[in-house]
Structures are given as structure tokens and as C-alpha cells.
Design a protein around this ligand. Structure first.
Ligand code: PRX
Length: 649
């Protein structure tokens, strides 16, 4: 960003106080929780006391900037808080997870059953030579074996490193080598849109040549649909190992600062960073945010649609909900297979009460039309959540009206792999929400928006989002690379954690996330956020989704180039193009009017659904394309480039 901070172009008048009947039984009903949060160490210590520890901590926080230790000297095991605690309290028969497979298979897993499976697989891992302090790579689809394997690692003190099932052999290889994992757990295949994802074949390729992996455990999921080869001496079937495993496995005593997991994030440049999370602080952060943000009660059915391969699944499918004794749903597959009603069918079937998904999915649903959700009974829903990208106000309104039937609060939750847990969010029983705003920091979290010099901006200002003090679930380092940790997160402003996101603060102090700062445009001396122009485009009735980038312009510095996908049944035309440009000008002012708009059937996205503006910038700027390996579908950029070049010539 330039000297000038982001100007607020988009204005939002709509606001939604929490419904009275929601407030009545909410876990947080009033401001008192924020008051308590003003003393973060006391706040987090009190939350930590709600969990089970073998030995309490001597000190809540040791802060040696930028390295933190939380609950110093405390001993615990996160699986005790996820499983044993509930079973011992007589809640062993409560369903922990409903599993919903793509081919239609369903199974319920109680807390007692899950604990038994975790102990058995923990013994399997021990039998394969895994010891406390080792790393284990998990490369699985969304089946029950994934949470079982991650909890089994935690049970015996091995760190899991989960590689999302959509990643290629090269990505697996990089991560296995960086983490020096001894064992990998995979499946023969996973179901997705009627096809088999060749998980085991990818592992075979990834492990060619020299590798630290000694053993590979294979879950049988797709069976005859895709035959696989088992390598003698290395590969072993999950079901055969489990058949002989003992279900007696006491939890390993873990120091609060022992490594719990590594999760790799692929930045825009360089090799992936192994984000390192430790036991005690992560446990407290995940448990507390789940309890208050999702307002969990004993009778809730909670469904987070993320993949466990992302941080959202780690914190808000496995650890957070289990620590709260919740009943969750795990689903395999995709939202549009066998048809575009899949999600609504799952909500209707399980009577889901809390639903957590991503803006990219919501915009897809909007594009498919209201007829899909309208076919199903969604009346069980009482709370909706969003995560992963800024949610455009119109997408928020659609979510509120069509899915939430205007009665469900929406929690737009901002956080990162690095933060481990939700940092900015409304509390559903306390906060009056505004469509498109993540509202305010979670209690005990100290965020600010600062200008180029690190000076805090006031209401009406904009700049860089930073976090001012340490928090329990913060990353401890980049695995094996403290220098990179310092350089990426603590060098832009020496005393502030740099999130890399742009943010503005409105007159009421509400926070509006503006996307990655690299994506913010500088047009004729004004900083304009891509998120705002995209939201203005999505507010037009014909637009399903859009991605906006700045391309070099000799006069203005940068000119705005927009890529737009239209809703189903809408045709592109020159008139519509003109209308959309004017629509943006009316919403945001003439400065934000796109110089050009390109209609496209698809936008390039990462495998976690985020729009990759970097590649669109390359296309619009006529540059050679940068790294495309993290794209979900690389053919999308190629066809966009061909289309772009045709239009420009
Ligand atoms: O740019 C922000 C965006 O996603 C980034 C973090 O990505 P990742 O580590 O993959 O974790 C995603 C799930 C927590 C952030 O730096 N982001 C995430 N949530 C939001 C968001 N941007 C705006 N609003 C959100 N609610």
C-alpha cells in the first residue's frame, strides 16, 4: 500500500441486532465477556481452568518477542479434553460425529467409540515405531479415519502434519521432507463428484527415491473402484492393523509447549511454511472460541463444511467441537454432487443447527439459484458462519435471507492458519452485525489497524491489520526456521504481528477486512481495495462472483480490471458490460469504475477456494504467468488468458 491509507468507499447502513430468543440462552449474552477480556492473561487463564490438565501451569505467559510460551510448566493431553473427559462424565453414548459419505453411506460415531478407535490407532502407530516427538503425515479424504488418526498422534505425543487430499505428489514430497515424517497414513482413494481421488497412487509417486517415510498405512475406502499396489515391507492395511490392536492406551503427558501439529501454508512465493502449533495454548484457544463464537449447546448439531486438511477443519471440525462435547457432521464429496442440493439435504437430514462455510461456496449457491435451498427444510438452523475470505455484503444478505430465513445470526470469522483460532468475529448473542464486517476482536485478543508507520488509525481510517499482543493459539514459529518466522510476521513492524491483510475501521469501530495487502490497488493516487469493487459488482443482480485486479496504466498508475462470472441463465452483452461499470461508479464513485470487465465462466482459485488475484494480475498486465501449481484447476487461467488476448487484439 502507498502512503495514503485505504479510503472507505463502500457504505453499509444495514445492521442486525442478535434476536432476543437467541440472546436468552446464549453462552455470551452481554459485554461482560469483553470486559473480562481486557485483561488477556486473566481471561485466558480462566478459560484454561475449564479444561483438564495433569499438572497446572506455573506461569500463564512468557513473552520473549516474538516467541511466546503459554501455560508454562502445565501438562495435559488434548485427547483427554476431546474424548476421555466426556466419556468419564457419562456422556460416552453421545454422538461425536455423523459421517456422511459421498456414495450415500452413513454412520454415527459416539464419544466412547471414537475414544476406543483413537486408542487402538495410537497403539498401531506405536507398533510402527512412532514415538513422542516424531511427525506423522496424514493424506486422507474426509472420512472418520482422519480425525481418528490425528487424535491418535496427539494421544502419543507425535505431531500430525495433514496434507490436503487435493495436493499433488510434489506438494506431499516437500511437506514430508520438511517435517521429516516417519509414517504416512493414506487411503486407497477418496470419493469426489463420482470419481476416485487417487490418494495412494499420489503417495507412491511422492515417496519415490529417498524419503524419511518408513511405513505407509492405507485405509480401504474406494476398494475395487481403483486398484492400488501395496509395497511389501512398507505398506500396511489400516483394517488389518486395527484388528489386532489393543484399546488400552493411556494418554502421553504433554508439556503445554510440546508440538501438537504442523500445517503447511503455501504463500504466494517461496516454499510452503510449516506453521507450528503447540499443545496447551492451541487447546485453550480452539475450545474457547468454539464455545462462544458457535454458541454450542448440548442439543446442537454442528456442521463445518471445510476439509480437515485446512486449519478450519483442525480447529472447528476436530479439536474445538470435540472439546466442547458437540455432535458434528463430517461429509465427503462436493456441494454439487449428486446435485446442487447436497448441502441442504444434509442440513435437513441431520437437522443441523449451526452451519459454518466459506464465501466462495455461498457465492456458488447464489449463482445456482434459490430453487435448490427452497426444496429443503432448513428450519433447524439457528446460527450461520463464514470464513476464508471477505464476504461481500450481498452474499451476506443472501445467506441471511435464503439460508437463515432472517432468524439466524451470522458470524463472519476472520483468522489464519497462523492464528490457530478465530481472532475477529461477532459474538452471536452480543454483537449487532453489519453485512460484510467481521465486527470486532474476540475477547482477550488485541488487534489494531495501523498506517505505513505502524501508527494506529482511528474510526474512518484504513491500513494494515496487526495483532498487538501474543495470544494462546498463536503459531510458535515456522517449523525449523525461526528466521523466516521473524522475517514474515515480525519485521514489517517490530512489535506487531503482521497479518498481511488490509482492513478499515468504520465510525462505530467495526472492522472491515479488505483482503491481502498485495491485492490492494493504487488508482490515480487512491488506494482501492479489490474486495470493495468485487462487492459492488456482486451487488448487481446478474453477477455471481467477481475478481478485481489492478493492471499497470501509464496515466493512473493502475487501472481496474474486473473478471466477472454471471448467474446461471444470464447472457453477457456490451450493454451489460456498460451497466456493470456504471453500477460500480454509482456504488463506490467514479474513481473505482473498472477500466475493463471480462466475462468468464470460471475464476482461478486455490484448492481452498480463495481467488488467486496474482494470476489475474499477470494476465491483465500481459506478464508471463507465475506459479500455477497451487490452483485447483490450472486450465482456468489458460482459457482466461486466451480469451483476454483475443479481446485485447
Ligand atoms: O486474508 C485473510 C483470509 O484468509 C487468510 C488466511 O488464510 P488461511 O491461513 O488459509 O486460513 C483460512 C481459514 C482461517 C487471511 O489472512 N480470511 C480468512 N477469513 C476471513 C478472511 N478475510 C476476510 N474475512 C474473513 N472472515
Amino acid at each position: 500500500m502507498s502512503e495514503e491509507t485505504i479510503k472507505s468507499l463502500l457504505t453499509e447502513e444495514r445492521s442486525f441486532p442478535p434476536p432476543a430468543d437467541f440472546v436468552k440462552r446464549a453462552n455470551a449474552k452481554d459485554e461482560s465477556i469483553y470486559e473480562e477480556g481486557k485483561n488477556p492473561e486473566a481471561f485466558w487463564e480462566n478459560r484454561a481452568k475449564e479444561l483438564t490438565w495433569f499438572k497446572p501451569w506455573d506461569k500463564v505467559l512468557e513473552w520473549d518477542l516474538p516467541f511466546s510460551k503459554w501455560f508454562v510448566g502445565g501438562k495435559t493431553n488434548i485427547t483427554v479434553n476431546c474424548l476421555d473427559r466426556h466419556v468419564e462424565a457419562g456422556r460416552g453414548d453421545k454422538v461425536a460425529f455423523y459421517f456422511e459419505g459421498e456414495p450415500g453411506d452413513r454412520k454415527a460415531w459416539t464419544y466412547a467409540e471414537l475414544l476406543t478407535e483413537v486408542k487402538k490407532f495410537a497403539n498401531v502407530l506405536k507398533g510402527l515405531g512412532v514415538e513422542k516427538g516424531d511427525r506423522v503425515t496424514l493424506y486422507l479424504g474426509m472420512t472418520i479415519e482422519l480425525p481418528i488418526a490425528m487424535l491418535a498422534c496427539a494421544r502419543i505425543g507425535a505431531a500430525h502434519t495433514i496434507v490436503f487430499g487435493g495436493f499433488s505428489p510434489d506438494s506431499i514430497r516437500d511437506r514430508v521432507e520438511d517435517s521429516q515424517s516417519k509414517v504416512v497414513v493414506t487411503a486407497d482413494g477418496g470419493w469426489r463428484r463420482g470419481n476416485v481421488v487417487p490418494l495412494k497412487a499420489n503417495i507412491d509417486k511422492a515417496l519415490e527415491g529417498s524419503t524419511p517415510i518408513q511405513k505407509c498405512v492405507v485405509v480401504k475406502r474406494t476398494g475395487d473402484a481403483l486398484p492400488i499396489e501395496m509395497q511389501e515391507g512398507r505398506d500396511l492395511w489400516w483394517h488389518e492393523l486395527m484388528a489386532d490392536a489393543s484399546d488400552d492406551c493411556p494418554p502421553e503427558e504433554m508439556d503445554a509447549e510440546d508440538l501438537l501439529f504442523i500445517l503447511y501454508t503455501s504463500g504466494t512465493t517461496g516454499k510452503p511454511k510449516g506453521i507450528a502449533h503447540t499443545t496447551g495454548g492451541y487447546m485453550v484457544g480452539a475450545a474457547t472460541t468454539t464455545k462462544y463464537v458457535f454458541d454450542l449447546h448440548d442439543d446442537d448439531i454442528y456442521w463445518c463444511t471445510a476439509d480437515i486438511g485446512w486449519i478450519t477443519g483442525h480447529s472447528y471440525i476436530t479439536y474445538g467441537p470435540l472439546m466442547n462435547g458437540a455432535t458434528g457432521v463430517i461429509f465427503e464429496g462436493a456441494p454439487n454432487f449428486p446435485d446442487k442440493g447436497r448441502f441442504w439435504d444434509i442440513i435437513q437430514h441431520y437437522k443441523v443447527t449451526i452451519f459454518y462455510t466459506a464465501p466462495t461456496a455461498i457465492r456458488a449457491f447464489m449463482g445456482w439459484g434459490t430453487e435448490w435451498p427452497e426444496k429443503y427444510d432448513l428450519s433447524s438452523l439457528r446460527l450461520l458462519g463464514s470464513v476464508g475470505e471477505p464476504i461481500n455484503p450481498e452474499a451476506w444478505m443472501w445467506y441471511h435471507e435464503v439460508i437463515g430465513h432472517e432468524k439466524c445470526p451470522i458470524v463472519d470469522t476472520w483468522w489464519q492458519t497462523e492464528t490457530g483460532a478465530i481472532m475477529i468475529t461477532p459474538l452471536p448473542g452480543v454483537t449487532t452485525t453489519k453485512p460484510g464486517s467481521a465486527c470486532r476482536a474476540f475477547p482477550g485478543i488485541d488487534v489494531a489497524v495501523v498506517d505505513e508507520d505502524g501508527k494506529e488509525v482511528g474510526p474512518g481510517g484504513g491500513g494494515f491489520l496487526v495483532i498487538k499482543s501474543p495470544w494462546p493459539s498463536m503459531l510458535r514459529t515456522v517449523y525449523g526456521d525461526d528466521e523466516r518466522y521473524k522475517q514474515v510476521y515480525w519485521s514489517r513492524f517490530p512489535h506487531l504481528y503482521f497479518t498481511g491483510d488490509g482492513c478499515k475501521v468504520d465510525e462505530d469501530g467495526y472492522l472491515w477486512l479488505m483482503g491481502r495487502v498485495d491485492d490492494i490497488m493504487l488508482v490515480a493516487g487512491h488506494n482501492i481495495s479489490t474486495a470493495e469493487v468485487e462487492s459492488a459488482l456482486v451487488s448487481h443482480e446478474t453477477v455471481a462472483e467477481s475478481a478485481v485486479v489492478g493492471r499497470p496504466d501509464p496515466v493512473k498508475g493502475q487501472a481496474i480490471s474486473a473478471f466477472v462470472t454471471l448467474k446461471q441463465g444470464v447472457d453477457s452483452s456490451d450493454e451489460l458490460l456498460k451497466e456493470l461499470r456504471n453500477h460500480v461508479a454509482t456504488k463506490l464513485g467514479p474513481i473505482a469504475k473498472p477500466a475493463e470487465i471480462h466475462f468468464t465462466a470460471d475464476l482461478p482459485k486455490t484448492r481452498s477456494g480463495k481467488i488467486m488475484r496474482r494470476l489475474l494480475r499477470d494476465i491483465a498486465g500481459g506478464k508471463t504467468l507465475g506459479d500455477t501449481t497451487t490452483l485447483a484447476d490450472p486450465s482456468v487461467v489458460e482459457s482466461l488468458r486466451a480469451q483476454y488476448e483475443k479481446q485485447e487484439s
